[in-house]
Design a protein around this ligand. Structure first.
Ligand code: TYD
Length: 211
């Protein structure tokens, strides 16, 4: 049985990854691709429990390094329980976020440092990296606006400046890290979900991820 492919979707919050992956599902199915859709943090029963701990808004006392370790722990479990067995079984595994998220969010946006965050993640993933990373790029104000709209908030025309600065840092870091990242493709997320999904599908074909 030939091994399957491991694809990671990355991008700032509000880039539309989750919606794009949903549209991509039926496109892949039509092509006869057996795909498994998963996400981080989470993606396996134990990793989902770690996700709840990380994203619990009542955990205000959580130290940034504790958070980074939890993301790495969740990733390890996700890799061993979901990603690797499915890739071994010949399936395409599509994960909404992977290790690049930790480098961007914990390493730079939370200022722990790229080297330290890379080290703990190396321990977690050993040498398992995606066959292809698709980065959905979107300007920070547009990403933030989409999040506010999805929340049903009427605040999106008066964007919080601190939140905007954080989103800008996240977006810029993704772009800055591209030259250091192997097998990465950037797709303009500032288009309709259908158009972006189509470009993702074509990229998967062009890059030999779909036979
Ligand atoms: P995500 O699941 O994309 O958000 P949602 O389900 O709410 O659309 O990710 C949740 C948050 O976790 C997001 O703000 C990015 C952050 N994150 C990190 O900071 N580091 C990581 O390693 C990962 C995987 C996510």
């Amino acid at each position: 049985m030939p091994k399957g492919k491991f694809i990671a979707f990355e991008g700032p919050d509000g880039s539309g990854k989750t919606s794009i992956i949903k549209v991509l599902g039926p496109m892949l199915e039509k092509e006869g691709v057996e795909a498994v859709f998963t996400r981080e943090p989470g993606g396996s029963p134990i990793a989902e429990q770690i996700r709840e701990l990380i994203l619990d808004i009542d955990n205000t006392a959580m130290d940034y390094r504790t958070e980074a370790l939890l993301y790495a722990a969740s990733r390890r479990q996700h890799l061993s329980e979901t990603i690797l067995p499915n890739v071994q079984a010949g399936k395409m595994v599509i994960s909404d976020r992977f290790v690049l998220s930790s480098l961007v969010y914990q390493g730079v946006a939370r200022a722990i440092g790229l080297e330290a965050v890379w080290q703990i993640n190396q321990f977690a993933i050993e040498d398992h990296l995606p066959d292809l990373t698709i980065l959905i790029d979107v300007p920070a104000d547009i990403g933030l606006e989409r999040i506010e709209k999805a929340r049903g908030s009427r605040q999106y025309d008066r964007l919080d400046r601190e939140a905007l600065a954080f989103h800008q840092r996240v977006r810029q870091t993704y772009l800055d890290l591209i030259p250091q990242w192997e097998n990465i493709v950037v797709i303009d997320g500032n288009q309709s979900v259908e158009q972006v999904s189509l470009e993702c599908f074509e990229t998967l074909k062009k890059r030999g991820m779909i036979k």
